[in-house]
Structure formats: structure tokens, C-alpha cells
Design a protein around this ligand. Sequence first.
Ligand code: THU
Length: 139
Amino acid sequence: MKKVNEKYLELVEIAERARELSYSPYSGISVGCALLTSSGRVYTGANIENASYTPTVCAERTAIFAAVLAGEREFSAIAVAGGKRGEGVTDGFFPCGVCRQVLSEFASPELVVLTAKEGGYDEYTLGELLPAAFTKDKV
Ligand code: THU
């Protein structure tokens, strides 16, 4: 029997619970996120939409900004759980390009990125999801 990787199961479950706080009346897509800092703390986020559409902020960025505003700038993993509101998580729900870029501002390419799926998660690194990133050493 294939062994299920459980190392980050708790972080993924926290992201799934954060998903319940999503404010997403326009897309009907609810997303939750759990960001693990190098110091071991977890910051959660959920997508927050707006009637004017473009002010919408993704779950990942609400978590990253909450962490940064709490004085945290070193992260080791981020879990994302997304799908249709009121339904289970959608397999392969990845952070969007903007959120990958925002993550790369504070995290190394080794940052672990977890996408929730029914009964578990898939594991990637930020470097895999955002190769050849534009980084602050170029500015
Ligand atoms: N969304 C996220 O929260 N994270 C992503 O990485 C992708 C998209 C949200 C934004 C919007 O509220 C909804 O999902 C549909 O795009």
C-alpha cells in the first residue's frame, strides 16, 4: 500500500478550516491558506472578494500580509485549499502567479507549497512553481 505523506497534514487541515472564512459571493470559489513560519507559527488567510471585482485579494496574500504585519518574514511552508464554495477541495488548486511572486519576495525557492486534495495533499517547492523568478536583488 502506498504510504501517505503526513508531515504537513495538520497545516493542510488548518488551510481547509480557514477556507470557511472566505468571502467569495462573486466567484463562488472559496480558498483557505495556512502559512508556516520558520519560527513555527501559523498564519491563516482566505480570499476576500469585492463588488468591484479587482480589489479581490487571494487567500495566500491575506495570510502573507498578516504574517508580515506581525513581524514575520521567514516562511517554511504554505498550504492552499480551494474549490467551489460548499464543496470539497479541488485537486490541483495552485497559488496564482501574483501570489507566487509575493511569496518569492519573502521566501526562498525551497519554500514548500502544499495543495490540498481529497484525503491529503500534493507537495511542491516555490522554485518548481515559479522558476526564473524576478527577485529583489535585481532592483
Ligand atoms: N484565489 C485565491 O484565493 N488564491 C489563488 O491562488 C487563486 C484564486 C481566489 C481569488 C478569487 O476570489 C477566487 O479565488 C476565484 O479566482
